[in-house]
Design a protein around this ligand. Structure first.
Ligand code: M6R
Length: 607
């Protein structure tokens, strides 16, 4: 959700910023911009549209040793050149900002009543405020004083014309890190932007400010005291950012799932048992105490939460609630004593999930917090008591695919560990571990459906609506299928628990409404079959993804796609695969931007 990259060097940084923006584009792609100091003046270039619009417009001869750049996902003000960052105040100060200045109108009324802003953004006012304080203070103090007025979240990088060697940065609620190099230092909202240049990073914490020059980085806490933050070595590689011969990141990431799931479970299953040590040393305390589990997450991660809820209750007998983080945060809960909180997030930077976690940490009823997360250095991973990393590797496509299936694999490991004090016997643990270990090969065979699903997509591509049905732990998979389809093909898709159909949604079923059913061979199979008969009777067209042994046959109303997903708890992971492929192929036929669908961003760092 907006990306920042900046650098201070003894040599030209223009191409570093341009390349960095390209790597950050998945965070936002409405508009982008760059500002740098050249001949003691601030120059800037901005463009609406994706980053290549900007980079192609840059004069190849540009040369500057210090600069800041930004790719935007619009919150305040439409995508446009005017609203693109950097925002410049009086040719003195340039800033790039991620986050939201919630009190920007109050600041304007207090300090700049008569000012006509040149953009509709909340960010521009911060540039003016820093410039205001700059008149009587040196730049670090000016930034500090300006931020004292701000309510909301920010990661900022600031250029000051009078200090052409220095970038001032600050973070509160939006991620920001400093990359360390030789005679060059960098700033970015995530490490991927800089991995070509360095693997040494210092992660700023909320309230931190820093000054960055080519030679030196100085970090201060919210009270302006000089502090040290640990330097971490990133394991990211340049390769992880490439499409590896695939047409889109999303397709590459779909096909990486066998390996991603294998990486997530391997070393965590020993002799068909999952040691509690996978949760690290802090787990000892809460594992013996917790009685109830609360899961919070957003989007696709929330769908993983719903599957985990089924698993925790059905397999382990542990009471579990799962809720969307943005809803959870703004309501009063009747929390049971000794609740364990699990936060699920691919990025670990989702503002809704982080805010909910931070509030909960203030309450006494929670005995511990666990992050299920794909980014080890993320805020979520750092702020929870324990972290279970999903080893999906970087996920660049905005639509979450391998992050979801690895979340599910990690959650099953977690269910086993948590369930040992409850109803998970050694025998059940053994069987669940065997099922997990069989997943990589089973996912591989499910991917063989690709060509058939690509054919099916031809039927969908001219449809405006679609209905996804499932039951039990496969209902969240139907939800995920619907989310994928609407997210990247823009076809309106709804999902329902199949038994709920007759309570209303059946009214929209006719021959123009494709109905996709997720049909495992489980205890509710016969119930699901009856629900699907209700669709047939109304002339609806059925596309059924069914286990081989579920007994579905093709006829003139239904088309069946067989999956080898025997009746076992991990089967939701397998049923996810063809739904991802369906969304992908529909998007290809419709010609949408698969990896960067309109209006969306990969990491949602605003509430
Ligand atoms: O990084 P997170 O898992 O916290 O992100 C949550 C959602 O924004 C994310 O899953 C979103 O729904 C995906 N784009 C869906 O494909």
């Amino acid at each position: 959700m907006c990306g920042i990259v900046a650098a201070a060097s003894q040599s030209n940084i223009i191409s570093i910023l341009a390349d960095g923006l390209k790597h950050l584009e998945y965070r936002g792609y409405d508009s982008s911009g760059i500002a740098f100091i050249q001949n003691k003046n601030i120059s800037s270039y901005k463009k609406q549209g994706n980053v290549s619009e900007l980079t192609q417009s840059l004069d190849k001869k540009l040369n500057a040793n210090i600069g800041i750049a930004h790719t935007r996902w619009a919150t305040h003000g439409k995508p446009s050149k005017e609203n693109a960052h950097p925002h410049i105040s009086n040719n003195n100060i340039a800033i790039v900002h991620n986050g939201i200045i919630e009190n920007h109108l109050e600041i304007k009324n207090k300090f700049f009543k008569d000012l006509t802003c040149s953009s509709e953004t909340d960010s521009e006012i911060l540039a003016h405020l820093i410039n205001f304080y700059r008149k009587e203070n040196e730049i670090f103090e000016a930034v500090y004083l300006a931020l004292k007025e701000v309510k909301g979240s920010y990661a900022i990088a600031v250029l000051d014309k009078k200090n052409p060697e220095k970038i001032i940065v600050a973070r509160n609620g939006s991620p920001l890190l400093i990359g360390l190099g030789e005679k060059i230092n960098f700033i970015a909202s995530d490490a991927q932007a800089l991995i070509e240049h360095t693997n040494k990073f210092v992660y700023l914490e909320d309230g931190d400010l820093a000054t960055v020059t080519a030679e030196e980085v100085k970090i201060y806490n919210k009270d302006k005291e000089s502090i040290r933050r640990e330097t971490k070595k990133s394991k990211l590689s340049l390769n992880s950012n490439s499409k590896n011969g695939y047409k889109h990141y999303m397709l590459k990431e779909i096909f990486e799932q066998p390996e991603a799931v294998r990486a997530t479970i391997q070393d965590r299953i020993i002799n068909n048992s999952v040691p509690k040590e996978i949760l690290g040393p802090n787990a000892k305390e809460y594992l013996s105490k917790f009685k109830v589990v609360q899961i919070i997450a957003c989007g696709t991660s929330y769908h993983a939460a719903l599957v985990a809820k089924h698993w925790l209750e059905r397999l382990a007998g542990i009471p579990c609630h799962a809720e969307i983080a943005s809803e959870f945060r703004y309501r009063r809960h009747a929390v049971q004593k000794d609740t364990l909180l699990i936060c699920i997030s691919q990025s670990g930077e989702t503002a809704d999930t982080l805010s909910a976690l931070r509030e909960i940490k203030e309450e006494d009823f929670y005995v511990g917090t666990i992050a299920v997360c794909n980014v080890p250095e993320s805020s979520l991973a750092r702020e929870c008591d324990s972290t279970l990393i999903t080893h999906a590797g970087p996920e660049i496509g905005v639509a979450s695919t391998k992050a979801f299936t690895t979340q599910l694999a990690a959650l099953m490991l977690l269910v086993i560990v948590l369930g040992k004090r409850f109803e998970i016997t050694a025998e059940l643990e053994n069987s669940l571990c065997m099922q997990l270990k069989s997943l990589p090969e089973k996912i591989k065979s499910t991917l063989d459906l690709d060509n058939k699903v690509a054919e099916l997509a031809k039927i969908f591509s001219d449809k405006e609506h679609a209905l996804f049905l499932g039951r039990g732990s496969h209902f969240p998979i139907a939800r995920e299928g619907a989310l994928k389809l609407k997210e990247i093909s823009y076809i309106h898709a709804e999902s329902y628990a199949a038994g709920e159909l007759k309570h209303g949604p059946l009214a929209i079923v006719d021959e123009n409404m494709p109905v996709i059913a997720v049909a495992p061979n489980n205890v509710v199979l016969e119930k699901l079959k009856s629900n699907l008969e209700e669709v047939k009777a109304r002339g609806g067209k059925l596309y059924i993804f069914a286990d081989k042994k579920a007994g579905f046959k093709n006829d003139d109303i239904s088309q069946v796609f067989e999956i080898d997903a025997p009746m076992n708890p991990v089967s939701p992971i397998l049923f996810t695969i063809p739904l991802q492929l369906l969304a992908y192929h529909c998007a290809i036929i419709k010609g949408t931007n698969v990896d960067m669908p309109r209006n969306l961003a990969k990491s949602v760092t605003v509430e």
